[in-house]
Design a protein around this ligand. Structure first.
Ligand code: SF4
Length: 370
């Protein structure tokens, strides 16, 4: 089976009921569809709530757009000085090499700009202009290849781009954001891995992965090929309702990532992309999930929960707050531990009276241990 791209193919393969086909034609007319074999094989067709299917099989709710949802939810356009570049933060830029992906995620924050019919790869002249922009801005320390998915681009073209970036003295780090290791792991060949390395400068790869089942034997091997080649790996996960919004699933994913030598990096709150409300959680649930992970999973397994502020104002951490008060202003600082118990800091002589539960009661045997 190759990549499925039409509602008719989805019906034929038992991924959607035939009676939904007409509605899904409407979805497919608006948003790109691609379900690669590597992910389709993971779907349990007997489970109407399968977490892999929820991410990649189009749903009629995608045609429902709330007033809060916007075409460019993280504000790429307002920070694009030349085509192909997004310069939102002082020391780094995005270089959008392509608008094509190996899989089209139903929650994609760039769903209005990716897909067939958009440029498969930046035209030579456009790419030259984007590289010139990077060359003439010495404050750019890091370049992040994104898209679309940069690892759908040929190894030959990637090697050229990496060489050009490697030749720019002030660019010290290149980062590649990709979902290919889980969507098409066979594409991560040793040749492609060599192509994304540049001389003495580090290339980081941030793998987009949302559910532990995506880390198949093949996906793990693809990540190992990069890690063995000396490429540090990070993860990006989108918090998705019905996919990974429980401590068990998210905890299993974070541990599996670390076992694969992938450092959990960002847990993204779902962006306000059009037609994605059925997959978005609320922030309070995300914060509770982060509380549930804290202390119960190794610190190495903890991602940073972030929100891209609509309008292009950048990412902010939105995890739970564990501290209250302000010692600089003479207000007692109270720190909450992972069990929900609160401790004054400094602890006033380390007496038992410095520890309470969330309701302010003193636990009978409050722990002061580390
Ligand atoms: S791989 Fe990334 S850019 Fe492509 S559809 Fe998924 S979220 Fe969007």
């Amino acid at each position: 089976m190759s990549t499925l791209r039409t509602p008719a193919q989805l019906c034929e393969n038992g991924l959607t009921p035939r009676e939904q086909r007409v509605a899904l034609e409407g979805v497919a007319d608006r948003y790109a569809v691609a379900l690669p074999d590597a992910l389709v094989r993971l779907i349990d067709r007997t489970d109407p709530h399968d977490p892999i299917a929820r991410q990649i099989v189009p749903h009629q709710d995608e045609l429902i757009q709330s007033p809060d949802e916007i075409a460019d939810p993280i504000g790429d356009d307002v920070h694009s000085p030349v085509e192909g570049i997004v310069h939102r933060y002082p020391d780094r830029v995005l270089l959008k090499l392509t608008h094509i992906c190996a899989v089209y995620c139903r929650f994609c924050f760039r769903r209005e700009t990716v897909g067939p019919g958009k440029p498969a790869v930046l035209a030579a002249q456009t790419l030259a202009g984007a590289l010139d922009y990077i060359r003439t801005h010495p404050e750019i320390w890091e370049v992040i290849l994104t898209g679309g998915d940069p690892l759908v681009v040929s190894a030959r073209r990637l090697r050229q781009v990496m060489k050009a970036l490697g030749d720019i003295d002030h660019v010290k780090v290149v980062r590649v954001h990709t979902r290919v290791p889980v969507a098409d792991p066979a594409r991560i060949t040793s040749g492609l891995v060599r192509a994304i390395k540049i001389g003495s400068k580090p290339t980081y790869v941030a793998v987009h992965i949302n559910h532990p089942r995506e880390l198949t034997v093949e996906a793990r091997a693809a990540c190992a090929r990069m890690a063995d080649a000396g490429i540090p790996l990070l993860s990006q996960t989108v918090l998705l309702a019905g996919v990974n919004d429980t401590p068990d699933v998210m905890g299993a994913l974070m541990r599996a990532l670390v076992e694969c030598r992938i450092k959990p990096y960002y847990l993204h709150h779902g962006d306000l992309a059009p037609g994605t409300g059925h997959l978005r959680t609320d922030i309070a649930s995300g914060q509770q999930l982060m509380r549930d992970l804290r202390g119960r999973l190794s610190g190495v397994c903890q991602p940073t929960y972030v929100l891209d502020i609509p309008g292009g104002h950048g990412k902010s951490p939105i995890g739970p707050n564990y501290i209250a008060g302000d010692s600089e202003r003479g207000v007692d600082v109270v720190v909450e531990d992972f069990n929900g118990r609160r401790h004054r800091y400094p602890p006033c002589g380390a007496s038992a009276g410095s520890t309470t539960d969330r309701a302010g009661r003193r636990p009978p045997q409050a722990s002061q241990s580390r």
